[in-house]
Design a protein around this ligand. Structure first.
Ligand SMILES: [Zn+2]
Length: 170
């Protein structure tokens, strides 16, 4: 009888701990995404997708990471991120491959993914200079410790920048 509640208590504590850190990461993601999308918008609030150049209002576009979000060093890197339309972001993540069940379509999906990635690379080079992708890869090798405090710091920083620019705060 005794071990059961102890186990549950432990479990609950572990869950709360992980949920508060992941909640802090979610808040940081949101604050940073609001910053990136409004930074990339013109005066009318319209962004150009970094990969396909389509014009989309910032509220309907995503924050696209060139090197994916699982790299915590680059997750909140301003040069690694740019406004990207939902379709290109989904394709670049490889998620759209799930849609391509048949071998021919799968190949087409892979080709499309490479295409989006290449144009994303060109877009970043146009913006930050030709060495940017190598620089990002190099930077991405640095270790980034993650903690609740780290995510809170990111949240504060980007909420403040948005506020100072008179933008919507995420
Ligand atoms: Zn696009």
């Amino acid at each position: 009888m005794l071990p059961k509640p102890v186990k549950q208590k432990k479990k609950r504590r572990a869950f709360q701990k992980s949920s508060s850190k992941s909640a802090a990461m979610e808040r940081a993601d949101r604050a940073f995404s609001y910053f990136i999308r409004q930074r990339d918008a013109n005066e009318a609030g319209v962004c150009k997708c970094i990969s396909c150049n389509s014009n989309i209002h910032w509220t309907g576009i995503t924050n696209g990471h060139f090197i994916g979000r699982s790299n915590q060093r680059l997750r909140y890197d301003e040069e690694n991120c740019a406004a990207q339309c939902r379709a290109c972001n989904t394709i670049a993540c490889g998620k759209s491959n799930r849609v391509f069940h048949y071998p021919g379509l799968k190949r087409a999906g892979r080709k499309k993914m490479k295409d989006v990635k290449r144009r994303h690379e060109e877009g970043l080079e146009a913006r930050h200079g030709p060495g940017i992708v190598d620089q990002l890869r190099e930077r991405g090798r640095e270790l980034q410790k993650t903690s609740r405090a780290h995510f809170d710091e990111i949240t504060q920083k980007y909420r403040k920048i948005c506020e100072e620019n008179g933008w919507l705060v995420g």
